[in-house]
Write a protein that binds this ligand. Structure first.
Ligand code: UD1
Length: 429
């Protein structure tokens, strides 16, 4: 298993391009199931989760072509299976997104339940409830969700989401595009990735309004056609690089980004003492002479502070000048990085979903283990500001969601390299 070796050192400086957003690209690719025309999606990031989605769509019978610029063309005219198997769903929970489109277009779907997850129980009850309200019969059989419309079309319905769910909103929105009548999703997720999906579906002939607000209306249409769509930039990748520059005392310009998608994160970086400038598609960050100021964080659905940036700000606070509190309200059990940071000398006390972080002057290198996607990004960044050489193990998590992270960091002057697992194992034998 590959590892990353990061050596703490000087400030990160330079400019990088932000890739397309993983969380937008996955539902967009899956939306191809709704049409038998060609859907072309560009600005796809080069990530494991994208490969997994291609494999899943391929197993269902979607033909895919990728060009050298990472644009994908899909053709779902020959879908021959409606089953998303356990071995794919367990590696990528977002596979649940095929449930709505398959049920809407083919009247049946068999999707494995995702099972346990490192960052909490992450149930899918809202996805199921939404489809049931639209007339699908749903039962759980041998670990699979079986949805069946009995040959009829799904029916529009008024659906209230008890909790704000990003993929739940996306699943129901996709299903509703081909339903009979009007569907309203109340308490819908407002994330930019939901808006990006709605834009693409509308370009395919859907009739969706209100995406980006908490009430989305979808008027079902007879059929969807092909379209050409560009994935929005990854706001979490952008935020992660801004934090990397900030904690290293550096300066960075990130290009191909939509600054308004990052407002809550930029506010906190400003509060921490960073200088920020932005234009239509770029952000520049400079750091203060003195240490960063500690900043209190409370995660919540968009437009509030994103849970996917929580780990990076726990790290920022670990090396800031005083004490701050971070409260995680979206996921239970999303603090695995805390134990690893403590091993690197961070002063953090955990009490349920609250972390109290007292900044220290410096962290020290240690062998650490990545446990989920964002936690692993936080550990890589920690390695770049710690004294000595940090080895980060289980980095397949990071490859799921960050496009060439070590190359982009090296471009900014970081001392980081990837080592094949077998090499390290032989060296230590
Ligand atoms: C998406 C993102 C993920 C991000 C998360 C929150 C993708 C592919 N992933 O995940 O990166 O961290 O949003 O911004 O877009 N819940 C239920 N029942 C459900 C569904 C969700 O109780 O049926 C709960 C979850 O346990 C969680 C909360 O709702 O506590 C939010 O989860 P949700 O927005 O659904 O996360 P994902 O869509 O899985």
């Amino acid at each position: 298993m590959d590892k990353l070796i990061a050596t703490g050192g000087g400030p990160l400086k330079g400019r990088i391009r932000i890739s397309g957003a993983k969380n937008a690209a996955l539902p967009l690719m899956i939306a191809s199931l709704l049409t038998d025309d060609t859907l072309r999606i560009s600005n796809i990031p080069h990530l494991h989760d994208i490969t997994t989605t291609m494999e899943l769509l391929g197993q269902l019978g979607v033909r895919l072509q990728v060009d050298e610029k990472l644009a994908i063309e899909t053709d779902a005219s020959g879908v021959g299976s409606v089953r998303a198997p356990y071995d794919l769903v367990k590696t990528m929970r977002a596979s649940i997104l095929v449930l709505g489109p398959l049920t809407a277009r083919f009247g049946r779907a068999e999707v494995s339940l995702p099972g346990g997850c490192a960052i909490g129980s992450r149930p899918v009850n809202l996805h199921i409830k939404g489809l049931k309200s639209m007339g699908a019969e749903i039962r759980i059989e041998n670990g699979y969700i079986i949805a069946d419309t009995g040959g009829s079309k799904l029916r529009g319905a008024r659906i209230f989401m008890d909790m704000i769910s990003v993929t739940g909103t996306e699943n129901i929105m996709m299903a509703a595009t081909l339903a009979e009548g009007v569907t309203t999703i109340e308490n819908a997720a407002r994330e930019p990735e939901v808006v990006d999906l709605a834009d693409c579906l509308n370009a395919m002939g859907a009739n969706i309004s209100g995406a980006g607000s908490d009430e989305i209306m979808i008027e079902g249409v007879e059929r969807l056609h092909g379209a050409d769509h560009r994935v929005i930039p990854d706001r979490v990748e952008a935020g992660t690089f801004l934090v990397a520059a900030a904690i290293s005392g550096g300066e960075i310009r990130i290009n191909d980004v939509i600054p308004r998608h990052l407002e809550a994160v930029l506010d906190k970086l400003r509060e921490a003492g960073c200088g920020l400038k932005s234009g239509e598609d770029w952000i520049e960050l400079t750091t203060p002479e003195s240490r960063l100021r500690s900043v209190n964080i409370r995660t919540a659905p968009y437009p509030a502070f994103p849970t996917d940036m929580q780990a990076q700000f726990v790290l920022l606070n670990s090396v800031a000048d005083s004490t701050a509190t971070v409260v995680e309200t979206v996921f239970e059990n999303r603090y695995m990085h805390v134990h690893e940071l403590q091993r690197m000398g961070a002063n953090i006390e955990l009490d349920g979903n609250t972390a109290v972080i007292k900044g220290v002057k410096s962290l020290y290198a240690a062998p650490v283990m990545a446990t989920d996607l964002r936690a692993s990004a936080c550990l890589v960044l920690a390695g770049l500001v710690a004294r000595g050489e940090t080895t980060i193990d289980r980095i397949y998590h990071i490859d799921r969601g960050y496009h060439c992270i070590e190359e982009k960091l090296a471009q900014l002057g970081a001392s980081i390299r990837r080592v094949p697992g077998y090499y390290l194992e032989r060296r230590s034998a």
